[in-house]
Design a protein around this ligand. Structure first.
Ligand code: SF4
Ligand SMILES: [Zn+2]
Ligand SMILES: [Zn+2]
Length: 157
């Protein structure tokens, strides 16, 4: 066991660079312990390093088909586009354009479900989504602007 490549050079197997990963994968490819090693890493939920020739996310994907994945910190991540995924990004102080767009789309759907079929907020959401506002949203926005407008000052003679 002591002549296993990962025993001789453990750092290569736990360094997060493409070069180190490639070297570790190559070493694993020729290792007789590979099948057992991979099984053990999966059973132990190893979240770091190359084991059995696979990185943490590749090992995770073997047993999870729900869109979840493992990031470089070993954290289980949710597929983008859901409310939960957006909250998770915020907790990790990340900006994810896909989740932000999905959130705007959900909020716009809620505005469209209102009795008038749209709202002033909806008009802003359309624009944030780089769309021309729909008729009901445009009308609601125009009405809100009209109500909020200060009375016209008299023109000085
Ligand atoms: S397959 Fe496992 S035991 Fe063999 S070199 Fe890779 S990490 Fe080490
Ligand atoms: Zn996301
Ligand atoms: Zn609209």
């Amino acid at each position: 066991m002591h002549d296993l490549p990962c025993r001789k050079n453990p750092e290569t197997f736990h360094t997060n660079t493409e070069k180190a990963r490639a070297a570790a994968r190559k070493a694993c490819a020729g290792c007789s312990a590979r099948p057992d090693c991979l099984r053990t890493a999966i059973d132990n939920d190893e979240r770091f390093g190359i084991w059995g020739g696979l990185d943490p996310d590749e090992r995770w994907q073997l047993g999870h088909k729900d869109g979840t994945w493992i990031d470089t910190r070993g954290v289980v991540r949710l597929p983008c586009g859901t409310d939960e995924a957006l909250k998770r990004h915020r907790g990790l102080k990340e900006t994810c354009p896909a989740c932000i767009e999905a959130d705007r789309r959900r909020r716009l759907d809620a505005e469209h479900a209102l009795p008038g079929g749209g709202s002033a907020s909806g008009a802003h959401l359309h624009r944030a989504l780089t769309e021309v506002p729909c008729g009901p949203c445009r009308a609601a926005h125009a009405a809100a602007s009209q109500m909020g407008r200060s009375p016209r000052r008299g023109v000085a003679a």
